[in-house]
Design a protein around this ligand. Structure first.
Ligand SMILES: NC(=O)c1ccc[n+]([C@@H]2O[C@H](COP(=O)([O-])OP(=O)(O)OC[C@H]3O[C@@H](n4cnc5c(N)ncnc54)[C@H](O)[C@@H]3O)[C@@H](O)[C@H]2O)c1
Length: 367
């Protein structure tokens, strides 16, 4: 199969769909890989790295799209890429189609076969291709929060770890899933006092046992959220109700009870945010103030550590790419119900039910 890797064109998106080691494995398996020149630069993978792994470098994205049977990307195609997609071409990338009617129509019209990373789903309901980005975002949330607590970044001037004889800072994390425990991992490493709130008793038990009581766990109800937020120096929003908008668990009044120069990092902003005062920001302008509290709410946090994120992402995406290349999409999907959940669009039909339902389109299962 001919596999193409275009350079990402979304703002501050430095990740890339395949690493040099992925290219080598594909080439060793008898495939041809076309890489757009500069595609790996933001992840510190040079054209020479790709070339020595056996890729063929091409100078334009038009060439990548027109010559490849499968396109491997990170982010969804943007408008300027729609017309480059070819009929019957396999598109393997993050898509998030449910809130994107225009992109969905473009993929239907171009009759591509689109597999979305975010809907590839294990039998236990887990989403293995989403997890590494939650790990990255969770770890960064605590790191970024610690920096914004510094006076030179407008914060209240608290060192999360304190020093002997001085109070530690307090990190409060709402949601003890992948983002939550990874935020806790870094916050604990920095020496912070940490509280995690969750609704799921199994998560509270896991966190409590995993951190040997080093983290205060609390059942997530209004009183506990209110009390924890009031004493937080750093508040991290890490809630997810799969497929739905995040519930607004922290109200304006609760944010008003925080002391000036405290920091909010709402990681769940990509699902609308779990903090009432959240609105999406960008890497160019990552923060805003609400009643003196610094809010950081960037929806694509992992993009700023592209090198780490590219390797974390491809560690989980590549096995499916290789399988599709080796067997062809149809056989690979028939043989794996996990991969089959990822098939969102197939030759002009919506093959993923939640997307069809959310966009009011006809659902036609792949057969
Ligand atoms: N901004 C970014 O760059 C970025 C990157 C990765 C993930 N995310 C987002 O972060 C969010 C969390 O992702 P995750 O992978 O940790 O999800 P997850 O499913 O692993 O964890 C979510 C947790 O929220 C808990 N929860 C649900 N309702 C709750 C409530 N009322 N109170 C407290 N806890 C509650 C769940 O029990 C679960 O433990 C998602 O919205 C995800 O899309 C954002």
């Amino acid at each position: 199969m001919i596999i193409g890797v275009p350079k990402e064109i979304k703002q501050v998106e430095n990740r890339v769909g395949l690493t040099e080691s992925n290219v080598r494995q594909l080439v060793d398996s008898g495939h041809q890989v076309l890489v757009e020149s500069g595609a790996g630069k933001g992840s510190l993978i040079s054209d020479e790295d790709y070339e020595s792994a056996g890729a063929q470098l091409v100078s334009s994205r038009e060439q990548v799209y027109s010559q490849s049977e499968m396109i491997v990307k990170v982010k969804e195609p943007l408008q300027e890429e729609y017309d480059l997609l070819q009929e019957n071409q396999i598109l393997y990338t993050f898509l998030h189609l449910a809130p994107e009617p225009e992109l969905t129509q473009a993929l239907l019209k171009r009759k591509v076969k689109a597999v979305a990373y975010e809907t590839i789903q294990e039998k236990d309901g887990s989403l293995p291709l989403l997890k590494p980005m939650s790990e990255v975002a969770g770890r960064l949330a605590a790191q970024i929060g610690a920096v914004y607590l510094q006076k030179d970044h407008g914060g209240k001037g608290i060192l999360l770890g304190g020093v002997p004889g001085v109070f530690q800072g307090h990190t409060v994390i709402i949601g003890g899933g992948t983002v939550g425990v990874n935020s806790a991992f870094i916050a604990i490493g920095l020496g912070s006092k940490v509280t995690i709130l969750d609704l799921n008793p199994a998560r509270l038990e896991y966190v409590s046992h995993h951190y040997h009581g080093r983290v205060q766990t609390l059942y997530s109800n209004r009183e506990n959220v209110e009390g924890a937020v009031r004493t937080a120096d750093l508040l991290i929003g890490a809630v997810l109700l799969a497929g739905s908008k995040a519930p607004k668990l922290v109200t304006k009044e609760m944010i008003g009870s925080m002391s000036e120069g405290s920091v909010v990092v709402d990681v769940s902003v990509d699902q609308g945010g779990c903090i009432e005062t959240t609105r999406p920001t960008s890497h160019e302008h990552p923060t805003f103030l609400y009643e003196g509290v610094i809010h950081y709410a960037v929806p694509n946090i992992p993009g700023i550590v592209a090198r780490t994120s590219t390797y974390a992402l491809t560690n989980v995406t590549f096995q499916y790419a290789l399988n599709i290349a080796n067997k062809g999409l149809e056989t690979a999907v028939r043989e794996s119900s996990v991969l089959a959940r990822g098939l969102n669009i197939y030759k002009g039909k919506v093959t993923y039910e939640p997307v069809a339902r959310d966009l009011g389109l006809e659902y036609e299962p792949f057969s």
